[in-house]
Ligand binder design. Structure first.
Ligand SMILES: Nc1ncnc2c1ncn2[C@@H]1O[C@H](COP(=O)(O)OP(=O)(O)OP(=O)(O)O)[C@@H](O)[C@H]1O
Length: 281
């Protein structure tokens, strides 16, 4: 991928490239009906797991779905989808072709551009901004019903770039039920207000655990805090995803949880969230 950021001696050439990329970005976005950025105030609350599973649930319903992994420093989407051995292709128009997970679901991640998966990426904000624009404009996304954008935790360069470049992107905030996570959610809500990004709703992840032996419900991190926070902030509560250790093993091995555990409470929860999403848009 040719970088157009980082300065250049020929200003005219740079401006021309910038205009061509603006047009490419606008052209790609025009073909995508719904854009959602999945964000959280705190790390490890399950953003990637939620993004991937929402995408699979939507694709299973027949929607065309793309995942754009803008977690530049910790790109996990290809691994969780089980397509981390593949690299992005290039088509006849010199556009990048996303990784195909299934007929309805494709993904783009920085992970699928670098041959060495263990390299640390050390980029400043402007380079990340440029890469995210290229992930939109230089990728042949085609017509999509949903683009889900997996952002790193917090309110840094990546969500800021998404807010600036994709003006109709809406935020889905993921939290766990503990008070510490909920405090961080309030920061994400304030970030969205500041950058004028609509908040589509909030999902409470790791919400309750059903003991596999006695089936008793155990509230490991509490439950209901997400719904209360959503209500207080006047935003949609999209649902609760229960804690299930099998999600960890599936995520680590790149196996589809929803395929393996079709009737589980987690699969049902993702199905319900995606139903609600299509009702609310
Ligand atoms: N509902 C759940 N039940 C059990 N484990 C879960 C659940 N959701 C996520 N996990 C596990 O929690 C860990 C963190 O999840 P994940 O990587 O999706 O979080 P993240 O918010 O994207 O993390 P990061 O801050 O690193 O971007 C993973 O091991 C994942 O498998």
């Amino acid at each position: 991928m040719e970088m157009i950021a980082g300065g250049g001696c020929d200003m005219n050439k740079h401006k021309k490239a910038q205009t061509a990329q603006d047009e490419a970005v606008a052209g790609s976005l025009k073909k995508i009906k719904n854009k959602f950025i999945v964000m959280s105030g705190k790390g490890g609350v399950g953003k990637t797991s939620v993004t991937v599973n929402l995408a699979i649930a939507l694709a299973n319903k027949g929607y065309k779905v793309g995942i754009m992994d803008v977690d530049i420093h910790g790109p996990d989407v290809p691994r969780v989808l089980g397509i981390n051995k593949e690299m992005l292709g290039v088509n006849a128009d010199k556009k990048l072709t996303p990784l195909a997970y299934s007929r309805n679901l494709s993904a783009v991640s920085i992970e699928s551009l670098s041959a060495s998966k263990d390299d640390a990426i050390i980029w400043r904000g402007p380079v990340k901004h440029s890469v995210i624009r290229q992930f939109i404009g230089d990728v042949e996304w085609g017509d999509l019903d949903y683009l889900l954008i997996d952002a790193p935790p917090g309110t840094g360069d990546e969500p800021l770039t998404v807010a600036q470049v994709i003006s109709d992107a809406k935020a889905i905030i993921v939290t766990t039920p503990q008070e510490i996570s909920l405090a961080d959610v309030r920061k994400s809500i304030n970030f969205c207000k500041t950058v004028k990004m609509n908040i589509f709703g909030l999902i409470e992840n790791m919400s309750g655990f059903s003991c596999p032996h006695c089936h008793q419900a155990i509230d490991m991190f509490g439950t209901g805090g997400g719904e209360r926070t959503a209500k207080d902030a006047g935003i949609n509560f999209l649902g609760r995803i229960p804690f299930d250790p099998k999600l960890v093993t599936c995520g680590d091995s790149g196996t589809s949880y929803q395929e393996a555990y079709k009737d589980s409470p987690v699969t049902t929860a993702f199905d319900n969230v995606t139903k609600l999403m299509s009702e609310l848009i």
